[in-house]
Design a protein. Structure first.
Length: 454
C-alpha cells in the first residue's frame, strides 16, 4: 500500500474515531491509544510534534558488516522519513556498554521510550513495572500469524508479551577453512573432540590456532559454545527447568558439570588462541579471516563479517559445520543453540500520541518487514516466516549456512533465557574455568547458590 493511500485511510479512520467518541464509542481494547500497528506513516499523519527516545547498540560504523543491523536500520530510516513530525532521539553505544547502561537506568526507573531488551532481563524489568505489554496491539497486527513459533517466549511473563523480536539468533556454527584442515589430514571439520585435540597440536606447530575465540566480553564462550554443548550433555528438559526455576534441575547435576569440564579440557588442549580471554569476538573473526586460525565457532552475525572482510580465497575455502557430539550426553547431538532473545520494547509510562507513535515504530521496524528485508537483501532467516526467497542469488557461504541451519533443531541460548544475574556469574566464572583457575564443580556450585537465592 502506498504512503498516500495509507494516510488517506488513516485520516478517514481518525475522523470516524472522533465521531464515534462523540457518540460514546469505546476503546480498542488496550486502553492506550488507537493506532493500528505497523502502518508506517500513521504517527506522522496526526501532525502533532512528538519526541521519542530510543536506545540501542547498532553502531553506524558496524552497519556495513552486519546484515541484521543494516536491515533493521534501513526500516528505522524509512519510518523516520514517513513520520517527519516525530523527533527520534537515538542513544547508540557498543553492546557491552549498552547492556551496562540500560540495566543501570532500569534500576532507577529512567529507561528510554524505546529500547532493546534481552530475554534474560525481562523478569527483572517486568517485576519492576517498567515494560509496556503489547498483546492487544499484536492481536491487531496483520502479520501476527507469520511470526515463528516460540519467538515471543523469552519476552513473555504471566501472559504479557513485552516486545517484538528484532533478530533470530543462531549462535553456534563452526566456520572452518577446508583447505587448512585438509593440509593436516582432515577432509572436513572433525566429528569428535579427540581429533580436534590432535589437530590443535599440528596447527600450533605451524603457529596457527585450531579455533579462534574472543571471550573478552565474556559472552562468546557461553553463548556460542556452552549453550550448545551444555544441552548435548544435559538435554533440553534440563535447560528449560533451569529457565523456569522449577527446582527439578540443578547446575550441580553431573551432566552440567561434565559440560563445564569439557570446556576446560578444550582450553587445556590449546585448541583456542592463547589470548582468547583478552581479545573480542570481532577480533577472533578477524583472526580467522586473516588465516591466523583454521576455524571459529560463532553466530549468524559472523556470516556478514566474513562476506565483507575475508578474502575471496578464504571465502571460497570456508565451510560450515556443527560442534562434535559428546559421549554419554542426554541431549540430541544434531542441534545448535538458536532462537529469539533480543526484543524491541517500550516504556510502561508511554501514553497518548507518544504511545501510538512508539507502537507504530515497534511494529514497522521489528515486525514482519524486518524479516522480509533481511531475507530479500541478505538471504537470512528472521523471526517471521518469509516464503519464496531465492537463495541462489546469494554467495555460496550464505547458501551453505542456510542449508545447514535449516536442517537442525534449535536449543535454548543460555544468555537469552536464563536470569541475568545467573548469566553474569556464569560468563565470569567460565573465563576462570577456561583459564584453569576454577573447576567446573566450583562454578556449578556458585551458579546453583545464585539460582537458589532468586
Amino acid at each position: 500500500m502506498k504512503k498516500k493511500k495509507i494516510i488517506q485511510i488513516i485520516s478517514f479512520l481518525a475522523a470516524l474515531s472522533l465521531i464515534l467518541s462523540a457518540c460514546g464509542g469505546g476503546s480498542n481494547g488496550s486502553g492506550n491509544g488507537s493506532t493500528t500497528p505497523g502502518n508506517s506513516g500513521a504517527a506522522g499523519a496526526k501532525g502533532e510534534q512528538i519526541q521519542l527516545t530510543f536506545s540501542h547498540y547498532y553502531l553506524e560504523e558496524e552497519r556495513p558488516t552486519s546484515a541484521e543491523m543494516d536491515s533493521y536500520m534501513t526500516l528505522v530510516e524509512e519510518w523516520e522519513a514517513n513520520n517527519p513530525n516525530v523527533n527520534l532521539v537515538q542513544s547508540v553505544m557498543s553492546q557491552a556498554d549498552y547492556s551496562t547502561k540500560i540495566q543501570a537506568q532500569a534500576a532507577v526507573n529512567e529507561i528510554p521510550d524505546i529500547f532493546f531488551l534481552k530475554g534474560s532481563w525481562v523478569s527483572n524489568f517486568a517485576n519492576n513495572d517498567l515494560l509496556m505489554p503489547i498483546n492487544d496491539y499484536l492481536d491487531q497486527y496483520e502479520h501476527k500469524d507469520q511470526f515463528r513459533k516460540g519467538v515471543f517466549d523469552a519476552a513473555t511473563r504471566d501472559g504479557n508479551i513485552y516486545g517484538i523480536p528484532n533478530q533470530l539468533s543462531i549462535t553456534s556454527v563452526v566456520f572452518y577453512n577446508e583447505q587448512m584442515w585438509k593440509e593436516i589430514g582432515y577432509d572436513r571439520f572433525p566429528d569428535n573432540w579427540e581429533d580436534i585435540y590432535k589437530a590443535a597440536e599440528k596447527f600450533n606447530e605451524k603457529g596457527i590456532s585450531a579455533i579462534a575465540l574472543g571471550n573478552k566480553d565474556k559472552w562468546p564462550a557461553e553463548s556460542s559454545i556452552l549453550s550448545t554443548m551444555g544441552d548435548r550433555f544435559t538435554g533440553t528438559d534440563w535447560t528449560n527447568s533451569i529457565i523456569a526455576r522449577d527446582g527439578s534441575a540443578k547446575f550441580t547435576d553431573p551432566e552440567f558439570v561434565s559440560a563445564l569440564d569439557q570446556m576446560q579440557n578444550i582450553a587445556a588442549n590449546k585448541v583456542f588462541n592463547p589470548d582468547f580471554n583478552i581479545i573480542s569476538n570481532a577480533q577472533a573473526e578477524e583472526y580467522y579471516a586473516q588465516g591466523k586460525a583454521a576455524a571459529t565457532i560463532d553466530g549468524h552475525w559472523a556470516l556478514s563479517y566474513l562476506l565483507s572482510n575475508a578474502s575471496e580465497e578464504v571465502l571460497s575455502q570456508t565451510k560450515v559445520a556443527i560442534l562434535p557430539p559428546v559421549d554419554g550426553g542426554k541431549g540430541d547431538n544434531n542441534t545448535i543453540s538458536g532462537g529469539a532473545g533480543w526484543y524491541v520494547a517500550l516504556n510502561k509510562n508511554l501514553e497518548g500520541a507518544k504511545l501510538d507513535a512508539a507502537m507504530d515504530f515497534l511494529f514497522s521496524t521489528a515486525g514482519y518487514d524486518f524479516s522480509r528485508v533481511y531475507a530479500e537483501k541478505y538471504g537470512m532467516t528472521g523471526p517471521s516466516l518469509i516464503e519464496g526467497t531465492d537463495l541462489t542469488q546469494f554467495p555460496q557461504l550464505t547458501q551453505d549456512f542456510a542449508a545447514l541451519t535449516g536442517s537442525l533443531t534449535f536449543t535454548p541460548i543460555y544468555d537469552m533465557l536464563m536470569e541475568g544475574s545467573i548469566i553474569e556469574s556464569m560468563n565470569t566464572g567460565l573465563q576462570e574455568v577456561l583459564n584453569g583457575t576454577k573447576t567446573g564443580q566450583e562454578l556449578a556450585a556458585q551458579l546453583q547458590s545464585g539460582q537458589d537465592s532468586l
